[in-house]
Design a protein around this ligand. Structure first.
Ligand code: PHE
Length: 411
């Protein structure tokens, strides 16, 4: 990035030595797929919102947040790996692209919202393949109750109602204790209340999972399992997996909101739960969408297959041919080159024409002790046939960018 500012959603941000957002990443920010009627991500979001009727639904927050909001406010440790520039996108040292929708928890609670859902695009630096893309979408949901005897009664009644609904349905749940020594109640929480809240979380989410995954004609029960987890901003914490087409699919993280989050939001005498789920993962299995990049295509053969509000099976259309190109180089001795830096460079140069990047070889030269790596880039367009000349030209750009940005020596 040569200019002194980057512009995101009409705002200008000065760049500095930390800046690592790339033009191809920034080009995704205005697209907001989760708000495009008929788009599978938008339909899935709608179904989840339908399940959480009575909750307020928000989807308008900008992805540019401070690291404080993304991490510190949520009790992340100062040395948490997610903060690294190799893992997250920084606009500059003061601002970043949110890595999860939890970044808005404090803000939502501060508004006085007791039951809310928030859907948004989130950004993480990652390798490139058919199921990883550096931009994806999450739904965050939360519900808090008054920490009073009336609050306890309200949760108990709600749990009773939810349990009755589930009792009639074909779902088999493998559970873990609501609290345990390895998944403890927070200091300052009444253990009985915390357990009721964790139970409310599980019942609410089991209902949502049943709505999303339980639609099949199968007589087999839908299998769901709850697993102990860890998040800095919930305790106890849980992950949920769903058995779908023979595979356990991890779909969400959740837990009882830590007191510190609510304190920061100025919310007193409340206790509640939160969850966060990734829309792409779920949409890929529900719609049988084989490649995560398809969500971003403008090909009518993709978009015309979907109807707002309906989950249907995607019929793959023929892929255009793939074209593989290798690049081998000596890693520079003085600067470090993280795999994510390489992936971003490729994506930045080739955009969505790159389907996959794999490290196919690495060795240390016995005499010079220098490290050589070889990456194989799989080029394929979603929308047309790439000629060999065109691919060679893009590969040439990748190679020259590699040399100029990282000073590597091509072999
Ligand atoms: N933000 C977490 C993630 O992205 C998910 C989560 C949300 C976990 C809310 C607990 C509570 O992995």
């Amino acid at each position: 990035i040569s200019q002194k500012h980057v512009e995101i959603l009409g705002n200008k941000y000065p760049v500095d030595e930390v800046t690592n957002v790339t033009p191809s990443i920034l080009s995704k920010v205005p697209l907001r797929l989760h708000t495009k009627p008929g788009h599978p991500l938008c339909t899935l979001r709608g179904l989840i919102e339908e399940h959480f009727a009575g909750f307020s639904h928000v989807s308008s927050f900008s992805p540019v947040v401070s690291p404080f909001k993304n991490f510190d406010e949520l009790s992340f440790a100062k040395d948490h790996p997610g903060r690294a520039v190799t893992d997250s996108y920084y606009v500059n040292k003061d601002m970043m692209l949110r890595t999860h929708t939890s970044a808005h928890e404090v803000e939502m609670f501060r508004k006085g919202e007791d039951k809310w859902l928030l859907t948004a695009d989130v950004y993480r630096r990652d390798e490139i393949d058919g199921s990883h893309y550096p931009v994806f979408h999450q739904v965050e949901g939360a519900r808090i109750f008054d920490a009073t005897p009336e609050g306890v009664k309200a949760v108990e009644e709600d749990n009773e109602r939810l349990a009755q609904q589930l009792a009639k349905s074909n779902i088999e749940i493998e559970d873990v204790p609501h609290v345990s020594p390895t998944n403890p109640v927070q200091e300052g929480h009444d253990p009985v209340f915390a357990e009721l809240v964790a139970k409310n979380l599980k019942l609410s989410l089991n209902g949502m999972i049943l709505k999303l995954f339980g639609g099949g004609a199968s007589k087999e029960p839908l299998k769901v399992r709850w697993i102990e987890a860890f998040f800095p901003f919930t305790s106890p914490s849980f992950e949920v997996e769903v058995l779908y087409q023979g595979k356990w699919l991890e779909i969400l993280g959740s837990g009882v909101v830590v007191k510190a989050t609510l304190d920061t939001a100025g919310v007193q005498n409340k206790i509640g739960w939160a969850f966060g789920l990734g829309l792409e993962r779920i949409a890929m299995v529900l719609y049988s969408i084989p490649d995560i990049r398809l969500f971003w295509t403008e090909d009518e053969r993709f978009l015309s297959q979907f109807k707002a509000g309906e989950i249907t099976t995607f019929k793959p259309y023929s892929k255009y041919p793939a074209c593989y190109k290798d690049v081998s180089f000596w890693l520079p001795a003085e600067t470090s080159l993280h795999e994510n830096d390489f992936c971003d460079l490729v994506r930045d140069t080739a955009g969505d024409l790159v389907e996959d990047v794999k490290k196919v070889d690495q060795f240390v030269h016995p005499k010079t002790k220098r490290t050589s790596v070889c990456y194989r880039i799989n080029y394929r367009s979603m929308d047309r046939s790439l000629s060999n000349e065109e691919t060679n030209q893009i590969q040439g750009q990748v190679v020259s960018e590699l040399k100029s940005r990282f000073g590597v020596e091509i072999r």
